[in-house]
Design a protein around this ligand. Structure first.
Ligand SMILES: [Zn+2]
Length: 264
């Protein structure tokens, strides 16, 4: 009896140890293979975008990768999916959020824009929209993609309140497009809260931001409280609270001051 129960314990321990090992391996896979798992996301997003079910092939590929992980194999087979440009999603990976939204002065390595959005269409039928987009600064930028993919239609009978939390403020081309959109969509109010100001020293960028503000767009740098709110609302936070990085408040003040100078 004693032997039996101890062997049960030891086998349970062994199983737990194996589970832990697998978890560790999984973690490694997730970290190392971030880039490769993105196409999966895209496959899912295509489903969301078109409202069509995921193709069997893509689903099988996703399942296949999961099954491999569960067998303890660390290798995730690369999938044959087209290269992505715009990614749509519900919640951001916390690792990406902390990197992409960090309000450092020099944004080296951050070559894409993350855009978290809230849309209130002022009508109970339309409801609220919430989610995020990211771009690769290759095709359409996130700002433009928002109006192509999230809010392509405009009904002048509705009042739209659109709030964006973006990792960096719009480029010249996007600012110009946003001004056009705001002129066309008279009942749409846009607020942009930016973690960083993109190339704010360039006169063209400054002119773009001024034009945006003149078109009625509310512009502000993200405060520590905004990061915390964004974390709660748009990040796979697993009930963890947001801890601001060092200099979060100082960097906010820095960017807000620059922005105030530009817009005055
Ligand atoms: Zn842009």
């Amino acid at each position: 009896m004693a032997d039996k129960s101890s062997s049960k314990v030891s086998s349970r321990l062994a199983a737990r140890r194996q589970e832990k090992m697998l978890e560790k391996k999984k973690e490694t896979v997730t970290k190392e293979e971030k880039e490769e798992t993105k196409p999966e996301k895209e496959a899912k997003n295509e489903m969301n975008g078109n409202g069509e079910p995921m193709e069997n092939g893509a689903e099988a590929a996703v399942n296949g990768a999961t099954a491999n992980e569960e067998n303890g194999e660390t290798k995730v087979e690369p999938m044959e999916l087209p290269p992505f440009e715009i990614i749509l999603g519900d919640r951001i990976d916390p690792f990406f959020f902390k990197f992409q939204f960090k309000n450092v002065e020099y944004s080296s390595g951050r070559n894409k824009t993350f855009l978290c959005y809230l849309v209130d269409q002022g009508s109970s039928n339309e409801g609220l929209l919430r989610g995020y987009l990211e771009d690769e600064h290759s095709g359409a930028h996130a700002e433009e993609a928002f109006f192509q993919q999230i809010l392509p239609k405009y009904d002048p009978a509705l009042n739209y309140t659109v709030t964006w939390y973006v990792s960096s403020s719009p480029c010249v081309a996007c600012a110009t497009k946003l001004v056009e959109i705001l002129k066309e969509r008279k009942t749409l109010r846009l607020s942009i809260f930016a973690a960083r100001l993109f190339n704010w020293e360039e006169p063209e960028i400054q002119a773009g931001l001024k034009a945006l503000a003149a078109a009625g767009c509310k512009l502000r740098a993200m405060k520590p409280l905004d990061f915390s709110y964004t974390w709660d609302t748009f990040v796979e936070n697993e009930d963890q609270r947001f801890t601001p990085w060092e200099d979060c408040q100082e960097n906010y003040e820095y960017y807000q001051e620059k922005l105030a100078d530009i817009l005055q």
